[in-house]
Write a protein that binds this ligand. Structure first.
Ligand SMILES: [Zn+2]
Length: 399
């Protein structure tokens, strides 16, 4: 997984666009559902009565409050906080045995959320904002603004966009297309409140989003690494060779690419008491006891690191990363061969090298930049950059 790095100004622009979209389009739909007095709308039907009451409970009784809450649910980055608010009102419906009346209310609720959030039209880009004809906002525009070119989940597939030709536009076809999916980090069926929350939408390739993930992750316990926050090094590649002799001698066919989880085992085995106390605190809420062994900051760090380990394991499993990377053993072999043959000699070697290749390279560094052109490259824009950089690092560090 690669962390999506986006400049703060870009996020601000995204939030401005998304807020306008929510206020203009989504809010109207919410009001249409809630304000049914005197209207001959479908929402008047008895199956929606209870569902609408619950919607009012969640969003508020008055129009202004609803507008504020709706905007918050679509642009706040506190996704877990939103889920908590949602669960307070809706959790009852997600239990296994529900009454007939609850079933009807649940069905109505799902239809209302689908209509109000309108993810499909955001996804397709079919909405036009009346306030300004030039302003368009859709999944495609959002992903374009993020300006990442490679899927953050696999770092293998490009996610690109193209602009339709003038001829296409003249005959009314859509202007732009993109090959990127927007994955719902928290599943929109389980948490429809987050269906168009901008921080819940992760640009990704079709393989990761549809073929690998699909509907596998239904609740938050099964979540994988979160590319807007988690570190790219939460998972890192290596070849399972320990010393430089082994590293230099392996054959291409022997290469296995391993995907490892950080922080490593040291952390888990370091202090069993800390682990025990942390767990007891979590289970029994024993305030104070943990202070004997660690302070609050250490405790929070411990819990956070454990959550990341869990998410990293899930990423590995859901996107089958280790499996799909095995076909790239030729790349690992190539990097190893280059380092073995030319890489990182001493100063004398470097001088001799330049003497021999005079005219081709003006300095040894120029040769290195040419041979290992993946160093310093942004993995958000270069497929397989993470694999190449990690393997290079492993070999150089064992040197
Ligand atoms: Zn992918």
């Amino acid at each position: 997984m690669i962390k999506i790095s986006v400049a703060e100004e870009i996020w601000s622009e995204i939030i401005i666009c998304h807020t306008e979209y929510v206020k203009t389009i989504v809010n109207n739909r919410l009001e249409k559902v809630v304000d049914v007095q005197g209207l001959k709308s479908k929402w008047e039907q008895s199956k929606y009565v209870n569902a609408i009451e619950l919607i009012k409970k969640l969003f508020g009784d008055e129009k202004e409050k609803r507008n504020l809450n709706l905007t918050k649910f679509c642009i706040s980055e506190d996704l877990e906080g939103i889920i908590e608010e949602f669960d307070r009102i809706y959790k009852g419906f997600y239990k296994e045995n529900i009454t007939e009346d609850e079933k009807i209310t649940l069905e109505g609720t799902k239809e209302i959320f689908k209509y109000v959030m309108g993810y499909e039209s955001f996804n397709e880009g079919t909405n036009k904002l009346k306030s300004s004809d030039n302003f368009r906002w859709s999944r495609h525009d959002f992903i374009n603004k993020l300006n990442i070119k490679v899927c953050p989940y696999c770092n293998r597939n490009y996610i690109t966009s193209y602009i339709s030709s003038k001829e296409d536009i003249l005959i009314g076809k859509q202007r732009k297309k993109t090959t990127a999916d927007a994955d719902h980090y928290y599943c929109k069926d389980s948490y429809p409140i987050l269906a168009i929350n901008i921080y819940n939408l992760i640009p990704s390739c079709g393989v990761c989003n549809s073929k690998m993930k699909g509907n596998k992750v239904k609740d938050k316990a099964g979540c994988h690494l979160y590319p807007y926050k988690d570190d790219s090094d939460a998972l890192y590649f290596s070849t399972p060779f320990n010393d430089i002799g082994e590293l230099y001698n392996f054959k291409e066919t022997e290469i296995k690419i391993g995907l490892n989880i950080k922080p490593n085992n040291n952390f888990n085995t370091k202090n069993k008491i800390i682990k025990w106390v942390a767990q007891s605190r979590e289970i029994f809420k024993v305030k104070g006891v943990y202070k004997i062994h660690m302070n609050v900051k250490q405790y929070n760090n411990y819990i956070e690191k454990n959550k990341i380990i869990k998410r990293a394991l899930q990423s590995k499993k859901i996107f089958k990363l280790e499996e799909v990377y095995q076909i790239h053993n030729d790349i690992v072999f190539d990097i190893k061969e280059k380092i073995k043959n030319y890489g990182h000699g001493d100063e004398k070697y470097k001088k001799e090298f330049i003497e021999n290749y005079k005219g081709l390279f003006s300095s040894y560094e120029e040769f290195e930049n040419y041979s290992f052109d993946f160093l310093g490259k942004d993995p958000n824009k270069n497929p397989l950059a993470k694999l190449k950089q990690d393997i290079y690092k492993q070999i150089i560090e064992s040197n």
